[in-house]
Ligand binder design. Structure first.
Ligand code: IFM
Length: 737
C-alpha cells in the first residue's frame, strides 16, 4: 500500500494540542461493540475524561432523572517512571509527538519523544486495541527506550482503580472489590440499582529486560479500591523494552461468574502473546472492512471522512449481542446517557442491512427483545399494540426524561415532550425491519421476528389514529415530527405519511403471512389480537389519512397544520454565522411560532419514500421550500439533505452538505464532540453516498444505480448484499461496472 493510500486510513494528530483533548478523546475512541474506551492517555492528563463504557450496562441512581451507561474502571492506566521521574505530557518537554488512529486495523498509537525535567531523553511508543476477534480483550503495548547515555531504572506501574464515577461524581457502584495476586489485578463490582456484575482482570509483561519486582509487588499493592503492580528493570541508553498490558472484561450479561471468566480469559490471552492477539484482531478488521468499506478515488478528504464514520459505527455496533443497540453517541462519550433513539433504525441500521446484514439483524432483534417495553408504553397511554419508547436502554421501557434538570439559577424545569409525543419511532422501526427483509430476502427471520415488529406497531397506530368525522379523514394530534423545534403539533406530515405507508405495508405483510407462512400468521394474529376487521381498518386509515398540503411554492407538503399560515417567517441568514442552535437563541417558546425547523423533516420523508411521494418537480418544490428554513440544529440533518439533494440532481449542494456531515466529528463542526460521536450522522453519510450520489435502489429488476457523482470523484466502489449474494458496485466517470 502506498503512503498516499495508507494516509486515507489514518487520523493523525501532530503536534500535541492539550486544548483539543476533549475532542480528540472522542474521535480516538477504540472499541468493539462490547465496550468503548475514549482516547485518553495511559498516564492521564489534567482534566481528562478517561471513560470506558460497556454496552448494556445501565444503572439508575436514586434522585437522577433517568438511567445511564455506567463508567467502568479505567483499564488504560499504565505509568512510566524513569530514574524516579514520572512521564507525563504536562511536565518536562515534548520533543516529538504523533498520535495515529489506524482505522484499517482499529488500533490507536502514540509516539512521544520526551525530555524529563531532570534532562533524561526518553522515547515511548504506545499502541492499544480493543480486540475485534475476542471482544472481551483490550491490549496495550509500550515501547520504552531511554535515549540518554548511561543506565536507567525504569519502573512501570500497572493500576486498576475501582473508583470510577460518571460525570457529576455519580457512582453507580454498590459492592466493589479490587484485588491483586503475583500476576494479576482484578476488579469485581455490582451496580447499585440494576445489579449488573462487572469484572476486569489485568496483567503486565515486560520483554527485553529482566524485571525485578519489589517484595510488596509480589502480591500487588492495594490501597482502598485501587490495586497496583510495579515492574522495575534497567535499560542502557538506546536499549528497547516492550511492556504489554492485557485487560479482560466480563459482565453478568455474558455469564454467571464474570470474575472467573475474566481471569480465565486473561490466562488464555497471556499464553497467546501480544503479536498473536494483534494478528487475530487485524484479520477481524480486514473482514469487517471487506464488508463495509466504500472506496472513493479523487477526494482524499471524503475518503478518509467516510472511513472515519464507518470506523465509529463498526466499533459501536454489537458484534455478538442482540440485546443491546447503538447509543446516539456510541460508547465514546456520555451524551444522551447512552440512550438509543430512532437514530439507530433510520440512520445506522440501513448501512448494515446492505453491507453487513448479520449486524443489522442483531440491532433489529434488540427491538424485538424489547417489545414488552413498547407494549407497556402503549397500554399506559391507553392504546393497543406496541408503541416504542423514544429513548430506550437495557429494559426497553421509555427512558426519556420528562423534565430538564433545574436551571442552576432560576430552578426552572422545562417539560420534555419527546417521550410522550415523538411517536414516529414506531414506524421508523417498522421501516427498518421491512427494508432488511426486502434486501436480505430472509423470510425465516421476517416470519419469526420482523413481521411482529411491523404488525404490533400497526396495531398501535390503528388504535392511536383519530377519526375526524366532519372532514371524513384520519388524523394524528399532538405529535412531534423530526423537527423537534415544534412540539405537539397536529398532523405532522412526516408522521401521518409514514403511518399511511406503514399501515399499507402491515396489511400486505399480514396477507403474505397468511399465504406463505400460515402457522406464523396464525400465531401472530392470535398473539397480537389481529382479526380481519383490523386489517380492513388499517386499509381504511391508510386510504383516508390526512396528508397536509399547501399551495405554497406551487404545491408542497405542509410540514404540519398551520406551518405556513400560522408561523412567522424568519430570516435565518440574519443569524449567520451562529455557533448555537436557533432555539437556544430565540428560546423554546418563541420557536413554537417561528417558521424555522430543526432538521430534515419533509426532506427526511423524501429520503425514505422518495418517488412514492410524487414526481421530480413536486419533490424539488418541497426541497426548495424547506431548505431555506432548516437550521440543521441536529447533526442528523445535513447528511439526509445531502442524500436528497443528490437524488434531485443538485450535486453541488449535495456535496457541500455531504462533506460537512462527513467531517462533523473530525472537525467538531458542532463544538460538542466531547459528548461523543454523532452516530446517526455517520450512518447518514453512508446513505448519502450510496443512496444519494450513487443512486442505489432495490427495484423489481433488482439492484440498480443512477449515479450523480461530484465532478472530481474518479471512482466509487462498494459491495452490498442482496438476498445473500454480494453485489459490487463500481462507478467511474466512464460508467458502472
Ligand atoms: O434522535 C435525535 C433527534 O432527532 C435530534 N436530537 C438528538 C437525538 C439523538 O441523536
Amino acid at each position: 500500500m502506498s503512503q498516499f493510500e495508507r494516509r486515507q486510513w489514518q487520523i493523525t494528530e501532530r503536534p500535541f494540542r492539550p486544548c483539543d483533548l476533549p475532542h480528540t478523546e472522542t474521535i480516538y475512541t477504540i472499541g468493539n461493540g462490547l465496550y468503548g474506551v475514549r482516547g485518553t492517555f495511559e498516564e492521564g492528563y489534567p482534566g481528562d475524561t478517561s471513560t470506558t463504557l460497556a454496552a448494556g450496562i445501565f444503572n439508575h441512581v436514586e434522585g437522577e432523572l433517568v438511567p445511564e451507561l455506567v463508567a467502568m474502571p479505567n483499564p488504560l492506566e499504565l505509568i512510566v517512571h524513569i530514574n524516579g521521574e514520572t512521564f507525563r505530557l504536562d511536565q518536562g518537554t515534548i520533543m516529538g509527538y504523533e498520535r495515529v488512529l489506524d482505522m484499517q486495523c482499529g488500533t490507536l498509537s502514540r509516539g512521544v519523544l520526551w525530555l524529563s525535567p531532570q534532562g533524561t531523553r526518553l522515547r515511548l511508543h504506545f499502541e492499544r486495541f480493543a480486540s475485534l476477534h475476542d471482544e472481551h480483550l483490550l491490549a496495550l503495548r509500550v515501547l520504552v527506550q531511554p535515549l540518554s547515555e548511561g543506565t536507567h531504572t525504569i519502573s512501570i506501574e500497572n493500576r486498576l482503580d475501582g473508583n470510577a464515577t460518571n460525570p457529576g461524581g455519580i457512582s453507580h457502584w454498590g459492592a466493589v472489590q479490587v484485588g491483586a495476586d503475583a500476576e494479576t489485578l482484578h476488579f469485581i463490582g455490582e451496580t447499585n440499582q440494576s445489579g449488573y456484575q462487572v469484572a476486569l482482570a489485568a496483567d503486565l509483561h515486560v520483554d527485553g529486560a529482566a524485571v525485578q519486582c519489589g517484595a510488596d509487588d509480589q502480591s500487588g499493592n492495594r490501597a482502598g479500591n485501587r490495586a497496583t503492580h510495579t515492574a522495575t528493570f534497567e535499560l542502557a541508553g538506546n536499549q528497547i523494552a516492550y511492556v504489554t498490558k492485557l485487560v479482560t472484561l466480563h459482565t453478568s450479561r455474558d455469564g454467571d461468574d464474570p470474575l472467573r471468566s475474566a481471569l480465565d480469559r486473561l490466562k488464555i490471552a497471556r499464553a497467546s502473546g501480544y503479536s498473536v492477539l494483534k494478528a487475530a484482531h487485524d484479520s477481524a478488521w480486514a473482514a469487517a472492512w471487506d464488508k463495509m468499506d466504500i472506496l472513493i478515488e479523487g477526494d482524499e478528504v471524503a475518503q478518509k471522512a467516510v472511513r472515519f464514520c464507518m470506523y465509529h459505527l463498526l466499533i459501536a455496533a454489537p458484534h455478538t449481542d442482540e440485546r443491546v443497540s447503538v447509543a446516539a453517541k456510541t460508547l465514546s462519550g456520555y451524551g444522551y446517557k447512552g440512550h438509543v433513539f430512532w437514530d439507530t433504525e433510520l440512520f445506522i441500521v440501513p448501512p448494515f442491512t446492505l453491507a453487513d446484514p448479520e449486524s443489522a439483524r442483531r440491532l433489529l432483534m434488540y427491538r424485538h427483545h424489547n417489545l414488552q417495553g413498547a407494549r407497556d408504553k402503549a397500554t399506559e397511554a391507553g392504546y393497543q399494540g406496541a408503541m416504542f419508547p423514544w429513548e430506550s436502554t437495557d429494559t426497553g421501557q421509555e427512558t426519556t426524561p420528562r423534565w430538564t434538570e433545574p436551571h442552576p439559577i432560576s430552578g426552572e424545569r422545562i417539560r420534555i415532550w419527546t417521550g410522550d409525543n415523538e411517536q414516529h419511532i414506531s414506524s421508523d422501526i417498522a421501516y427498518a425491519a421491512l427494508q432488511f427483509w426486502r434486501w436480505t430476502g430472509d423470510d425465516d427471520w421476517f416470519a419469526a421476528y420482523g413481521a411482529e415488529l411491523v404488525l404490533d406497531t400497526a396495531v398501535f397506530w390503528g388504535s392511536r389514529v383519530e377519526y375526524n368525522a366532519e372532514a371524513g379523514r384520519y388524523e394524528l394530534s399532538m405529535q412531534i415530527g423530526p423537527d423537534e423545534y415544534h412540539e405537539n403539533v397536529n398532523n405532522s406530515v412526516f408522521t401521518n405519511r409514514l403511518v399511511k405507508w406503514h399501515l399499507e405495508q402491515a396489511a400486505e405483510v399480514h396477507a403474505w403471512l397468511q399465504a406463505e407462512r400460515p402457522a406464523d400468521g396464525q400465531r401472530l394474529s392470535a398473539a397480537l389480537g389481529i382479526e380481519a376487521t383490523m386489517i380492513d381498518h388499517w386499509r381504511e386509515v391508510a386510504a383516508r389519512m390526512f396528508i397536509p398540503m399547501s399551495d405554497e411554492n406551487g404545491g408542497v407538503f405542509e410540514q404540519f397544520e398551520g406551518f405556513f399560515d400560522q408561523l412567522q417567517a424568519f430570516n435565518l441568514a440574519d443569524y449567520t454565522p451562529r455557533t448555537k442552535n436557533i432555539d437556544w437563541m430565540l428560546g423554546q417558546e418563541k420557536m413554537q411560532s417561528t417558521r424555522v425547523i430543526k432538521q430534515a423533516d419533509v426532506v427526511m420523508l423524501m429520503a425514505l419514500l422518495g418517488d412514492e411521494l410524487g414526481d421530480h418537480d413536486f419533490l424539488l418544490r418541497n426541497w426548495q421550500t424547506y431548505l431555506p428554513v432548516v437550521d440543521h440544529g441536529s447533526s442528523l440533518s445535513p447528511s439526509i439533505h445531502a442524500w436528497v439533494a443528490a437524488r434531485l440532481g443538485l450535486v453541488d449542494e449535495a456535496y457541500d452538505l455531504f462533506i460537512y456531515s462527513a467531517t462533523i466529528d473530525l472537525e467538531d463542526h458542532k463544538g460538542n464532540v466531547h459528548d461523543g460521536i454523532h452516530a446517526a450522522s455517520c450512518g447518514g453519510v453512508w446513505q448519502a453516498v450510496v443512496f444519494g450520489f450513487c443512486g442505489l435502489r432495490l427495484t423489481a429488476d433488482g439492484v440498480t444505480v443512477a449515479p450523480c457523482l461530484p465532478e472530481h470523484w474518479r471512482r466509487v466502489r462498494f459491495t452490498v448484499q442482496h438476498k445473500g449474494q454480494p453485489v459490487t458496485i463500481d462507478i467511474t466517470p466512464e460508467g458502472v461496472a
